[in-house]
Design a binder for this molecule. Structure first.
Ligand code: NAI
Length: 725
């Protein structure tokens, strides 16, 4: 290899070499073989021609600076190929080390996003200047994929920022900073407004520092804030394990643990040894199952879902300009905010003007908070608020090209409000309902244009929750589905698409999680253990507290409706053991949940959750009745996974990526699993292992754990759940 194919060498008369990364085969520069080869070639040349070179600028010709490692390669690493990954990683690190110790100033001119490997490359330079380009992000998000920055990112951030800041600001949260915030937090040294400005600043640095070296290569260097051996630092050390527990809830996320170990161990040894330590911890993560799960979900599945793998083809994308939101309660107010934030005009309608104004007040509060925290300007907040018009008059909805209904959960009321407005809005307006449980096909019967009617299920709180579940009714047209998809993307949320069914995907599956937790209380298991099992499995909300939030009467009402529907269709209803517990809680003890001031928990005067209700132990707990902790956790995880497989069988779900993303972003299925079906794929022993375990749980805890036919069939054929065809 004598030629660099992805890094252009541009040398000016003053001896400044600009290395322009520009992979001709891809739209973004990645850490592929061509890049590695090119880096070796340019590094050789830099060393050979050192006497004629004054300094080096590294930049890129793409929109992003450098995209880092190719995740398609990483997801295929196995324990058998781990040594190759280690060797390759060390070779790359030696290459970057040669640049950093060249003896000439090297500046990273970060012209766009520098995340992961891109930021690591910049860290190997002596000076970092970021262009303040819109959407440009800087940081080390590896932890969010179950990995750590294995290209020197741990070693160098610890030496640049000190161990505490490196861990808390860069490594453990994986925060992606915009250029200004990257500057404030010490990730870069300067921010430039234009590309010319950036390059001029780079030259100025080279002029001012003819013999540059990294701080850690200078005599007398000490890690900022001291190493763990340093008495001042030792005071911080005890806080880290607690922080770690706080971040993971005790759930099996190996990445934060490895990051911390690589940082703490690496801080006590020389640079080269620290690089080896980092590589070992990196390879351990890359060869393990969790990083594969997380890469599958947060990279591949998320991309598939957002890019419209499930959107009908051949329909021109359309943008909504004016939306009618019907009902200004908790959900309607949140939906109005999300739409206005995306630049859409909103008419927010409730029965009384006063309620609509109150609904707009919610946006006012969110805007004030965003301004106070510096996340937006007063000007932008004012513009957002100006887009929301509260009203009680149907006539004000004229010209709306989309309607999102969020009135009380009641079929005849929903029919009535659509009747009121369908002739006022644009004649082809998209008609959406935010129902969380009512079947869309039946709701559609209340409108004239059933082909334009669709379910758009938001999650609470709308401003924070990234998912929207789109529900296609039997008569929903392709055009409506495509427009609903486009609308969800327009407001920067992630759309999954499912077919109509009672509870759709998310409400139905989360019901299994809750039922399983409640059933365990009914069996006599200590309620505090049930809560702990959910937390340590990685669920963001404990199961009994979640039940209280939803209120016990709501699932009961839904259950009674479902029961009636099943029986009307000639079927038999199989009661879940949780039902008896809920009935006793409501009827016998008068504890309907948080909104009623009493549920599985007790609540203070201020509505704040206090302790678990002691009556639970008195009325339900059987002293000494215990089941293995693993069984408790897997009963929750399996109950959701098994029903998801049934939803695939029933054709309610049509995509594995939608199931995985919907489960994590919508209903809190633990992220380390990669989502509800990736959990099945990645289970010990694969699908056959999962089937065997499901049968074991069925024998111990009830037929509801029996594996569905589709699962058994796939396990027998040696297949996994995937959308790849
Ligand atoms: P809410 O009770 O907070 O708000 C309902 C609003 O609708 C009230 O402001 C009420 O005055 C208004 N309303 C009633 N009749 C109306 C009419 N004829 N015209 C205009 N407005 C009318 O209820 P919430 O929680 O916002 O729920 C609304 C819908 O969203 C329900 O279908 C619910 O199932 C669904 N949903 C709720 C979620 C939640 O977490 N609360 C999550 C997802 C969906």
């Amino acid at each position: 290899m004598t030629e660099s194919t992805t890094i252009r060498w541009e040398q000016d008369r003053t001896g400044v070499v600009t290395l322009v990364i520009d992979d001709p085969r891809q739209s973004a520069n990645t850490m592929n073989q061509a890049f590695r080869d090119s880096l070796a070639v340019v590094t050789d040349r830099l060393e050979a021609e050192k006497d004629t070179i004054r300094g080096v600028i590294i930049t890129s010709a793409k929109k992003t600076f450098f995209a880092g490692g190719d995740l398609r390669d990483l997801i295929r690493v196995t324990p058998e190929t781990a040594q190759d990954l280690f060797d390759g990683g060390m070779a790359l690190k030696r290459q970057m080390r040669r640049i950093e110790t060249l003896g000439k100033p090297v500046v990273a001119a970060i012209n766009g996003a520098a995340l992961g490997g891109g930021y690591e490359l910049a860290l190997a330079c002596h000076h970092r200047i970021a262009l303040d380009a819109p959407g440009s992000k800087i940081g080390c998000p590896e932890v969010t994929l179950g990995l750590l920055p294995g290209g020197g990112g741990v070693v160098r951030t610890v030496r640049l920022l000190g161990i505490t800041d490196a861990l808390l600001k860069v490594l453990l949260q994986g925060t992606q900073y915009n250029p200004r915030r990257a500057l404030e937090n010490g990730l870069v040294d300067e921010v430039a407004d234009t590309r010319e400005d950036m390059l001029a600043r780079a030259r100025a640095f080279i002029d001012a520092h003819p013999e540059s070296a990294q701080p850690w290569d200078r005599p007398g260097y000490r890690i900022p804030g001291g190493t763990p051996a340093h008495p001042k630092f030792a005071a911080n050390l005890p806080a880290f394990p607690a922080n770690l527990r706080k971040q993971t809830g005790g759930a099996p996320y190996p990445a934060p643990r490895n990051i911390m170990a690589a940082a703490v161990e690496g801080a006590q040894v020389d640079f080269e040894t620290a690089q080896v330590i980092e590589a070992r911890y990196f390879v351990e993560l890359a060869a393990g199952q969790t990083s594969k799960n997380m890469i599958q979900a947060f990279f591949f599945d998320l991309q598939a879902v957002n890019s419209g793998a499930n959107r009908p083809q051949g329909i021109e994308p359309r943008k909504v300009t004016k939306v009618a939101v019907l009902g200004a309660g908790m959900m309607g107010a949140g939906i109005a905010y999300a739409c206005a934030r995306a630049g859409i005009d909103v008419v927010l309608k409730d029965v009384a003007l006063e309620s609509a104004v109150k609904g707009k007040g919610y946006s006012e509060k969110l805007c004030a908070k965003a301004v106070a925290r510096g996340r937006t300007s007063q000007e932008k907040a004012d513009a957002l608020l100006a887009r929301i018009t509260p009203t009680a008059e149907a006539a004000d909805l004229a010209g709306c090209d989309a309607v999102i209904e969020a009135v009380f959960e009641d079929t005849s009321l929903k029919h009535k409000v659509f009747q009121e407005i369908q002739d006022v809005v644009a004649p082809d307006a998209l008609l959406c309902s935010n129902t969380s449980t009512l079947p869309i096909t039946a709701l559609a019967e209340g409108v004239e244009r059933q082909g334009d009617f669709i379910g758009l299920h938001f999650f609470s709180p709308v401003d924070k929750m990234p998912l929207v579940e789109i529900i296609r009714g039997e008569r929903t047209g392709d055009e409506a589905l495509a427009r609903a998809f486009d609308l969800v993307r327009q407001i920067n949320k992630t759309p999954i698409v499912v077919n109509d069914s009672r509870g759709f995907f998310t409400s139905r599956v989360i019901g299994h999680f809750i039922n399983e937790g409640v059933a365990m209380v009914g069996e006599g298991i200590e309620p505090a253990s049930v809560e702990q099992a959910a937390a340590q499995a990685g669920y963001p909300a404990k199961v009994l507290s979640l039940m209280d939030e939803l209120t016990l009467t709501l699932p009961r009402r839904i259950r009674l409706e479902s029961k009636r529907a099943v029986e009307e269709a000639g079927g038999t209803w199989t009661p879940h053991p949780a039902e008896a517990v809920v009935d006793r809680m409501v009827d016998e003890f008068g504890r309907p949940g948080r909104s009623g001031g009493a549920g599985f928990y007790e609540y203070g005067e201020d509505g704040k959750r206090a302790a678990l209700w002691p009556g639970l132990r008195e009325h339900f707990t059987r002293a000494g009745h215990e089941i293995p902790f693993r069984d408790m956790q897997e009963r929750m995880l399996f109950s959701e996974a098994l029903d998801t497989v049934r939803l695939l069988e029933e054709g309610v779900l049509t995509s594995v990526a939608d199931a995985n993303i919907g489960s994590i972003l919508g209903i809190g299925f633990p992220g380390w699993t990669g989502g509800v079906l990736q959990y099945v794929n990645g289970y010990e022993g694969g699908l056959p292992g999962f089937v065997a375990r499901a049968r074991e749980l069925a024998e111990r805890y009830g037929e509801r754990f029996a594996p569905p036919a589709l699962l058994v069939e796939k396990a027998e054929k040696g297949e996994v759940f995937t959308d790849a065809r």
